[in-house]
Design a protein around this ligand. Structure first.
Ligand SMILES: *[C@@H]1O[C@H](CO)[C@@H](O)[C@H](O)[C@H]1NC(C)=O
Ligand SMILES: *[C@@H]1O[C@H](CO)[C@@H](O)[C@H](O)[C@H]1NC(C)=O
Ligand SMILES: *[C@@H]1O[C@H](CO)[C@@H](O)[C@H](O)[C@H]1NC(C)=O
Ligand SMILES: *[C@@H]1O[C@H](CO)[C@@H](O)[C@H](O)[C@H]1NC(C)=O
Ligand SMILES: *[C@@H]1O[C@H](CO)[C@@H](O)[C@H](O)[C@H]1NC(C)=O
Ligand SMILES: *[C@@H]1O[C@H](CO)[C@@H](O)[C@H](O)[C@H]1NC(C)=O
Length: 367
């Protein structure tokens, strides 16, 4: 949490009426086509605007997305929502619309549904740390509070017959790559991928209807944003995910870039406070059959083993077991929900839920 929110909270306690420092919200709109020229991309935190646009304008290479996921407490249902500007630039898939809202839904009977809608324009309003966005023409919009404590998503997607709301109440503070998001802190995962994790873990309430089927449940929620200027597939191989078990919420990012450098980003909160947030001491590896490292195409493990050396806070160990593949783009990409067992070595272990993915880096031309 940044000083501004603490300051505002302190002022509230003192009964002072001015709740926030003087700040002008910034409304930016992004057209549905690339602009010519060189985009300026921000890869270090500023004093504010944590979840705002990190690119001044989007040329044919520069992209950003706002990502949200929810998974039910019983792991039987999940939704991943991604709001892209420059979908083709982000994925290397030229058939995608430039501004696109995508939803991947895991129904309780195991069926997977993927829907998408092209936006005429993306309008983003940033207030203090939080952002609110409208994917014009799609029926999808999100709204975040200035202190990142809450995000709501409203859906009225007539094209795909998906309507309703998703709410995420944060239970774990935001963070930069290797520590607090103080001005100047790195927002890089590797040299080419920006990342701002606004809600590492939250309580999610889903109230949607898809083709008349009610999707109503509570579970865990998560929100972040990524950006860059080359497609994800040619940045390298990575394991990313998040889990909640007992008092703990973990976020991991373990990426092997195409130069062979492994970038290990770790985050753990305990009862809503950051216990550890550092780089270089978290290892994620596949378990079971087909768990070679680095992973090779179509070789999907049965789970993951995560070890995070948190220094004086101890060593966290988490075992993740896949329960269902919720998205698959062979041979490069897979996303799962799964159960976790984990804890700090020598202390109590807890069970919980997780949503996570891998991508295999592609050094040749994109398929
Ligand atoms: C970008 O430049 C190309 C070539 O000059 C031109 O055809 C195109 O209209 C330009 N795009 C925009 C958005 O200005
Ligand atoms: C877009 O801008 C980036 C700099 O941020 C530059 O590296 C890239 O070449 C530009 N892409 C195009 C298509 O102009
Ligand atoms: C799961 O439910 C959906 C929506 O009712 C239905 O279309 C689909 O056929 C079902 N799948 C299975 C495997 O029963
Ligand atoms: C997009 O939506 C925003 C917010 O509702 C609105 O201010 C803006 O005019 C819309 N733009 C277009 C092109 O419809
Ligand atoms: C391992 O991968 C191979 C090749 O993709 C596949 O045929 C096999 O079924 C996998 N084994 C397991 C246990 O998943
Ligand atoms: C994770 O799995 C390994 C291998 O089965 C086991 O040795 C270890 O105790 C497990 N750790 C936790 C926290 O369950």
């Amino acid at each position: 949490m940044h000083f501004t929110s603490l300051w505002a909270a302190a002022l509230c306690l003192l009964g002072v009426t001015i709740a926030w420092p003087v700040y002008t919200p910034t409304l930016k709109t992004f057209p549905s086509y690339p602009l010519n020229g060189t985009s300026t991309i921000q890869y270090a935190a500023k004093a504010l605007d944590f979840d705002g646009p990190k690119v001044d304008f989007f040329n044919a290479s520069a992209f950003q997305w706002w990502y949200f996921d929810v998974v039910s407490d019983d792991l039987k249902e999940s939704i991943v929502l991604i709001f892209f500007t420059n979908g083709p630039g982000a994925t290397g898939t030229n058939a995608l619309p430039f501004n696109i809202a995508e939803a991947n839904i895991q129904l309780s009977n195991g069926t997977l549904v993927a829907v998408g809608a092209a936006a005429t324009e993306l309008a983003i309003n940033t207030v203090l740390e939080g952002s609110s966005g409208v994917m014009n023409g799609t029926g999808y919009a999100w709204g975040g509070t200035p202190d990142l404590s809450y995000y709501g998503i409203t859906v009225d997607d007539k094209l795909n017959n998906l309507q309703g709301t998703i709410q995420i109440y944060s239970d774990a503070p935001s963070h930069a790559s290797c520590g607090p998001a103080t001005p100047g802190a790195s927002l890089l995962v590797s040299n080419q991928l920006g990342w701002a994790n606004s809600i590492p873990d939250g309580t999610a309430i889903v109230d949607l209807t898809y083709n008349g089927i009610p999707l109503k449940y509570t579970g865990r929620g998560y929100h972040d944003s990524n950006w860059g200027a080359i497609p994800m597939e040619i940045m390298g191989t990575y394991y990313w995910g998040h889990a909640r078990f007992g008092p703990y919420a973990i976020v991991w990012f373990d990426m092997l870039d195409l130069e062979g450098v492994e970038h290990q980003l770790g985050y753990l909160s305990e009862n809503g406070r950051i216990l550890a947030n550092s780089c270089g001491s978290l290892t994620v590896r596949g378990t079971g059959a087909n768990s070679t490292y680095p992973p090779s195409a179509n070789q999907s493990p049965t789970g993951f083993h995560i070890v995070y050396d948190m220094g004086h806070e101890g060593t966290l160990e988490v075992n993740v077991t896949n329960t269902e593949i919720i998205q698959i783009e062979p041979p490069l990409y897979m996303r799962w929900v799964g159960s976790v067992v984990g804890g700090i070595q020598g202390k109590e272990t807890y069970e919980g839920v997780s949503l996570y993915e891998w991508m295999i880096g592609y050094s040749g031309p994109l398929p």
